[in-house]
Design a protein around this ligand. Structure first.
Ligand code: SF4
Length: 322
């Protein structure tokens, strides 16, 4: 099944009603292989933008035009999806074109890997909001959690984010804390947190989002951090980095479902699962569809082996087969 470039809108804990644009897929393509990745392991691991084709600006604009006729009440148009969006060097041009046809603010969610490249930074400056991930202030922890392609170094990322901070878009750093069932380097020790604080002080972002995983991770030995621990970590960040900057993102934001006119319901369900593994109730509320209609579609996608069922935290999720 060929998924559409535009998907959702998804109900995001951080962005509200967010219409997603995937300029990398349909297969997960990334220069990281994060242990916590909700899309599973990275089979197609690349190093640089020059290694991928990516979708065209024209396809994004056409896709968005037709979506905007069907959906209203969008809080953000967000570049995210089945891989790292900054690997597509047309990103800046795409944002400029989107701004000609829509007033909705544009967000890019990036793993920060390429932000030390000037062309990538120039692309990101076209956005209204950049959410950039940073899970470590220490090279060894960075390598263990994000498992980057060769040539990507934490020091370059910190330098790139510091340079981006003064270029225009609002910069939010997303810190995702992970715990492990077994002996594995994570970012929750005092030493790891102090390293992160040091890096965040240098970058000086507009906002710091503290959260943990909320979907099944790529590695089954990785587990979320308890809400209690997460709150303690956010408090530590508050003390050193300033309360007004730190935002604790907890599970369980509930928003009203969205009224979307679906041309092809099955395609929309698959498109959502491909970019965002979800439970049946999450899919129902995100796409505003009836549980019974959804059950039939899920059954068919499972039968055709387009998706698989995964259990995490006692909940049943559906993830696309790559
Ligand atoms: S979490 Fe994001 S950066 Fe990490 S492997 Fe998955 S898609 Fe890539």
């Amino acid at each position: 099944m060929k998924p559409k470039i535009i998907y959702g809108p998804v109900l995001s804990r951080r962005l509200g009603r967010s219409l997603g644009i995937d300029i990398i897929g349909p297969e997960k393509t990334c220069n990281f292989d994060c242990v916590y990745c909700q899309l599973g392991r990275t089979k197609n691991k690349v190093q640089r933008p020059e290694d991928i084709c990516g979708v065209s600006t024209e396809d994004v604009v056409q896709g968005l035009k037709s979506y905007l006729k069907k959906v209203s009440q969008i809080d953000y148009i967000t570049f995210s999806g089945t891989g790292e969006p900054t690997l597509n060097l047309r990103l800046g041009e795409m944002i400029r074109e989107i701004k000609k046809i829509s007033d909705v603010p544009v967000c890019v969610i990036t793993n920060s890997s390429l932000v030390n490249r000037k062309d990538v930074r120039d692309n990101l400056t076209e956005a209204d909001l950049v959410i950039a991930t940073l899970e470590a202030g220490d090279e060894n922890i960075f390598r263990a959690i994000n498992r980057p392609a060769s040539g990507i170094e934490l020091e370059d990322i910190i330098q790139g984010l510091t340079a981006l901070k003064n270029l225009g878009p609002r910069l939010a750093i997303e810190v995702l804390f992970v715990d492990s069932k077994r002996e594995y380097p994570t970012n929750i020790s005092d030493q790891a947190i102090n390293g992160l604080i040091k890096a965040l002080k240098v970058i000086d972002p507009d906002e710091i989002q503290v959260h943990t995983l909320s979907r099944p991770p790529a590695e089954d030995f990785i587990i979320p951090v308890s809400e209690q621990k997460l709150t303690r970590m956010a408090q530590k960040f508050d003390e050193v980095l300033g309360r007004e900057k730190v935002r604790l993102v907890l599970k369980g934001l509930r928003r009203k479902s969205i009224d979307v006119k679906h041309e092809d319901l099955k395609e929309d369900v698959y498109g959502l699962i491909l970019r965002r593994p979800s439970t049946a109730s999450q899919i129902s509320s995100t796409l505003g569809i009836d549980a019974k209609d959804l059950a039939a579609i899920i059954e068919e996608l499972l039968r055709k082996k387009n998706i698989v069922e995964i259990t995490a935290e006692n909940e049943k999720y559906y993830r696309a087969v790559s």
